[in-house]
Write a protein that binds this ligand. Structure first.
Ligand SMILES: Nc1ncnc2c1ncn2[C@@H]1O[C@H](COP(=O)(O)OP(=O)(O)OP(=O)(O)O)[C@@H](O)[C@H]1O
Ligand SMILES: [Mg+2]
Length: 293
């Protein structure tokens, strides 16, 4: 079972006190590589015996990780963080149940899901700095307290960024899944029925499809954004045949110092793919002029 699936399956059986202790650890993780007991007590506001009991339960459920040396300290593992995000989304009525995996990658896990209203959505859990706990432990010694950026914070930033960029481009009518909600490292968006361009063997009208991609890149640019990770992996061919751009956490504003190069690379990736796969040739400079016009 994956981390998010395990979190979903534990969601209903977790007690309010356990959530509270998880949240206390989460708060402490902003300042500590491993959160000491005093901090957990302070944030949770429970007596020590209660906190110790709850930590034992959370440990049994494998939601936290405990170090013993040089001092006893705790951090959330992925499932612990997933369950906090799922709980918040579920409480808001924005998520009812998690379905099958739609894609497990290096930096994100994506699941099919249903809202309380029965609407099918997709949930993307960002997983930045996905490293093993053994590595976390090794790193601890040279990550100074002030400069430490915990993995869960990086993942949350990526989700916040992707959500805000998606809102911006979605409002500008770029074809992208509708961004619905975001909590911590989790982003809820409209579910898309389609295939990644890289997995599509043939297209009815490759030339028209390429034009649609460039038109969407142009609308994105007009909205003040450059995708900056555009390729056949982040372009979806919907069942309806329409194009869809996904995966926005690397996006930059058009006034970014490296904007020109990033836009050029995006368009180059797309043109090169169409040339190789569909024997369609378009001039890079002309395409760039069009996108920027
Ligand atoms: N809204 C959605 N509806 C349905 N499937 C989706 C949706 N968003 C993403 N997917 C599927 O999940 C895959 C990964 O999504 P995305 O590209 O956003 O994440 P990623 O960061 O690239 O993850 P990875 O590390 O796997 O590359 C997509 O290629 C697509 O197949
Ligand atoms: Mg992707």
């Amino acid at each position: 079972m994956s981390s998010a699936e395990r979190a979903a399956s534990l969601l209903l059986e977790l007690e309010p006190e356990e959530f509270r202790v998880l949240q206390a650890i989460e708060l402490g993780m902003a300042d500590y590589s491993y959160v000491p007991m005093e901090e957990i007590l302070r944030y949770a506001g429970f007596p020590q015996a209660e906190v110790e009991f709850r930590l034992g339960e959370l440990d049994k459920k494998d939601l936290i990780y405990r170090q013993l040396d040089p001092y006893p300290g705790y951090i959330l593992n992925n499932t612990g963080y997933d369950i906090l995000a799922l709980n918040a989304l579920a409480k808001g009525g924005n998520l009812n149940s998690l379905g099958r995996s739609l894609g497990v990658g290096k930096e994100a896990d994506i699941y099919d899901a249903i809202t309380d209203d029965g609407v099918r959505v997709a949930v993307k859990f960002h997983r930045l700095g996905r490293i093993s706990f053994r590595e976390t432990r090794k790193k601890r010694d040279y990550v100074s307290r002030r400069s430490h950026t915990p993995w869960h914070y990086q993942s949350r930033l990526a989700a916040e960024k992707e959500y805000s960029v998606m809102r911006q481009v979605f409002q500008a009518e770029v074809s992208t899944p509708e961004p619905l909600h975001q909590n911590r490292h989790a982003l809820v968006m409209g579910f898309i029925d389609g295939y990644n361009l890289v997995d599509v063997a043939t297209l009815d009208d490759p030339d028209g499809f390429l034009s649609d991609i460039l038109q969407n890149a142009r609308m994105t640019y007009r909205a003040g954004v450059i995708h900056a990770d555009l390729s056949e992996y982040n372009i979806v061919v919907q069942k309806s045949g329409e194009v869809l751009l996904i995966d926005w956490p690397q996006a930059v504003p058009t006034d970014h110092p490296n904007a020109e190069n990033l836009l050029r690379r995006d368009i180059y990736n797309v043109l090169r793919y169409f040339e190789r796969k569909f024997k369609l040739r378009r001039d890079l400079e002309e395409a760039l002029d069009y996108v920027k016009s």
